[in-house]
Design a protein around this ligand. Structure first.
Ligand SMILES: Nc1ncnc2c1ncn2[C@@H]1O[C@H](COP(=O)(O)OP(=O)(O)OP(=O)(O)O)[C@@H](O)[C@H]1O
Length: 323
């Protein structure tokens, strides 16, 4: 299989979002979000439900008109330059956006016919294991099959930029690995891949750049390694919900904080890149548990994952909102 590169060079900003605002009536869904996605890289937009990810990506796709700020895709405005962008941008929507009564094979072939240099459909069909479903109508496909067809439709025009909304949601492990392989090849061929996902291990594995959104804002951005602090240690354990962590705080070294990331689940980790969890912090935490008569269940000293970062940021957001 061959994926040809488009007109952008690796490293060019293919998508630039600056101070984006999006309102629905009184609801401010996106509140000044800024980020960019470069060619030849995977950019993952992450965040809890309602963070504003879909609204942001829909503004990039030209499906929604921003209420403020600017969006540029390949240097063009997705709303006013939609006709120029359409052959260069692939979009995979969560609901597929495909005609329900049409056969899967017809949907793919008719889409391919709209492009000057389409991807060989036979190859996409084999890669996404759709061969036995071509005569089935979209309506009758399983959720995972519909998802794979939507991905094929998004890629068949050999776009320079692809937007993938939760591309592996609901896929079995085998299909997920096939999709990861395709995404890796798109990146290698110079495509700018922008995806949203709730699977943090997927983001950690695939993404070169992560944009973490909460409450309509970008609250953190960087490579997975930058966000997780690379080799920094983190201590996690379970205990009764709602422990008073203010007594533990002064016992920890500078820049180290304890957070209840979800009820009854605690993480002790650095809050600044300069700080590092030290053996004394582990001893202080277990001694504090012992003083309270608490057995720290599942006590683990490990490396911080993107999921840890995500939960810590979400917990801090809640603290701010609750304050
Ligand atoms: N068409 C709409 N009308 C009114 N409110 C909307 C509309 N679309 C989204 N919202 C609201 O805007 C906020 C952001 O929604 P959005 O779908 O962008 O978030 P998200 O991060 O993609 O969430 P999820 O992870 O659940 O898909 C939410 O509070 C949502 O209820």
């Amino acid at each position: 299989m061959r994926v040809e590169s488009g007109s952008t060079a690796s490293g060019d900003a293919a998508v630039e979002v600056t101070g984006l605002m999006k309102r629905y009536g009184a609801k401010l869904a996106v509140d000044g979000a800024s980020f960019s996605a470069v060619a030849g890289a995977v950019t993952a937009v992450l965040g809890p439900n309602g963070a504003g990810k879909t609204s942001t990506v829909e503004c990039c796709e030209g499906l929604r008109r921003p209420d403020g700020g600017t969006v540029r895709v390949l240097g063009h405005d997705p709303v006013t330059d939609g006709a120029w962008l359409r052959p260069r941008v692939g979009v995979m929507l969560q609901d597929g956006g495909m005609p329900q009564g049409a056969r899967a094979g017809d949907v793919l072939n008719l889409t391919a016919a709209m492009y000057a240099r389409p991807w060989a459909t036979g190859d996409l069909i084999a890669r996404l294991d759709l061969g036995s479903r071509l005569r089935t109508t979209v309506r009758r496909l399983s959720g995972g099959e519909r998802q794979r067809l939507a991905l094929a439709v998004a890629l068949v025009g050999r776009p320079d930029v692809v937007f993938l909304d939760e591309p592996t949601a609901g896929l079995d492990p085998q299909a997920r690995i096939a999709v990861w392989g395709l995404i890796g090849e798109l990146r290698a061929s110079g495509v700018a891949v922008v995806l949203t996902t709730h699977l943090l291990d997927e983001a950690e594995r695939l993404a070169d750049h992560v944009v973490l959104m909460a409450g309509g804002r970008v609250v953190a951005a960087g490579s997975p390694r930058e966000l997780t602090g690379g080799t920094d240690h983190t201590l996690s354990f379970g205990g009764p919900a709602g422990l008073d962590l203010t007594e533990l705080a002064p016992l920890l070294s500078a820049g180290i904080a304890a957070t209840e990331v979800r009820p009854g689940h605690y993480v002790v980790a650095n809050r600044t890149p300069e700080a590092h969890l030290l053996p004394g912090d582990v001893a202080a935490t277990t001694a504090w548990c012992a003083r309270l008569g608490i057995m720290p269940e599942g006590l683990v000293l490990g490396r911080r994952s993107l999921e840890d970062v995500f939960l810590e940021i979400a917990a801090r957001q809640n603290e701010v909102i609750g304050a």
